[in-house]
Design a protein around this ligand. Structure first.
Ligand code: KG4
Ligand code: ZN
Length: 344
């Protein structure tokens, strides 16, 4: 089954063609990051305008890359929640229009479940897992630990009580006058810094009643005080960033492995934009060996926003519910209790 995936929930217009939920034929992305950079964050109306301007071109690129035409499609999947409403509306209207004109079904996809499924695109063997899988979802807006059971049920056992991990990177960059988004540049600069040089708090680490929860806003405030009225040298800046990043990586990995242990997971998947972070990936690898747990390091192209994960997940939804319907944009996601992709 050939599925066209459309992603427009935030600041990337992305369209992808995926066969049978795992064979990625194309993944075209038009990023608006530069357009939003001067505002230090994403402006919803600006995002919607950019999606509208670019979506036709991205579709053409995706079809060309895959060597397919619209008549080859069997179905359409579009992110319809959660996300910025004006941005979501562009994708859902476009998908509904294509579905009606091609007379093929369309399904609405949960962006967060799609991020999780991004870890499974190249690991289809895990769809037959007999034990639970612990997922760490770390993106610009979300930080959650989710336990996925082989019967398709899932439970969010922890999440952030304030900022998301991606926000912790983005806000640190803003404080230090670095460009948006902060994650990639902090990742690069931290490579030349000493992660043990500066002491940052480890929020909610060791707190029983918040065993799998996170808090990152205090960390950002701590950074603010440490750099206030100071001119940092390049080395001091790198040390500051490496130490700040270390605090995030330490808490994320500690709690994820703790959850895997408690829920008996043999596998951990890590997804969302922050899962590209090289220090996080290295720490996960090291801890995997020590704890005898397999960590799936999702390819970076499936960590940040992309439409391959939308089309790939959409395949599973289309398989179980091929009825034609019109998709509505819903800015807030309902509570996650099930994922539709495990082989039962
Ligand atoms: O998943 P994503 O592309 O979009 C959302 O759904 O939010 O995640 C974007 C977030 C941003 O906060 C960005 O700073 C962060 O992912 N990010 C990183 C890295 N690359 C992207 N954070 C840390 N290290 C990176 N290498
Ligand atoms: Zn995302």
């Amino acid at each position: 089954m050939l599925v066209l995936g459309i992603e427009s929930s935030c600041d990337e217009t992305a369209i992808s063609l995926v066969k049978d939920g795992h064979e990625v034929l194309s993944s075209a992305i038009s990023s608006q990051i530069q357009k939003h950079a001067e505002y230090g964050g994403v402006i919803p109306e600006l995002a919607a305008r950019e999606h509208l301007t670019n979506i036709n071109e991205v579709l053409k690129l995706s079809l060309t890359e895959a060597g397919k035409s619209l008549s080859d499609l069997d179905g359409i999947a579009v992110t319809n929640h959660p996300g910025l409403l004006p941005a979501l509306l562009v994708g859902t209207s476009y998908a509904n229009g294509l579905s009606a004109s091609l007379d093929i079904p369309v399904v609405g996809v949960n962006h967060l479940v799609a991020h999780i499924y991004g870890s499974f695109i190249e690991r289809q063997d895990l769809l037959d897992s007999k034990t639970s899988i612990t997922a760490l979802l770390v993106s610009g807006g979300h930080t959650q630990i989710i336990i996925l059971s082989p019967d398709g049920t899932c439970e969010i056992v922890g999440g952030t009580i304030d900022d998301a991990a991606g926000e912790a990177f983005d806000k640190a960059a803003k404080i230090l006058g670095l460009p948006y988004p902060g994650g990639p540049i902090i990742d690069r600069m931290a490579k030349d810094g000493d992660p043990k040089k500066i002491d940052f708090p480890r929020p909610l680490k060791g707190k029983k009643e918040h065993r799998f929860n996170f808090s990152f806003s205090g960390l950002k405030t701590s950074l603010l005080y440490k750099v206030k009225d100071k001119e940092l040298t390049k080395q001091e800046m790198n040390d500051m960033l490496a130490s700040y990043q270390e605090a995030i990586v330490d808490v994320l990995t500690h709690k994820t492995f703790d959850a895997a242990k408690k829920y008996g997971s043999r596998n951990i998947v890590v997804c969302g934009g922050v899962a590209c972070n090289s220090a996080l990936r290295q720490r996960l690898k090291d801890l995997a060996e020590k704890n005898n747990v397999e960590v799936v390091l999702t390819p970076p192209k499936y960590c940040t926003d992309n439409a391959a994960m939308i089309a790939a997940l959409g395949y599973h939804q289309l398989k179980s519910n091929p009825e034609p319907a019109s998709i509505e944009a819903i800015p807030r996601a309902p509570k996650l209790t099930q994922v539709p992709f495990f082989n039962k």
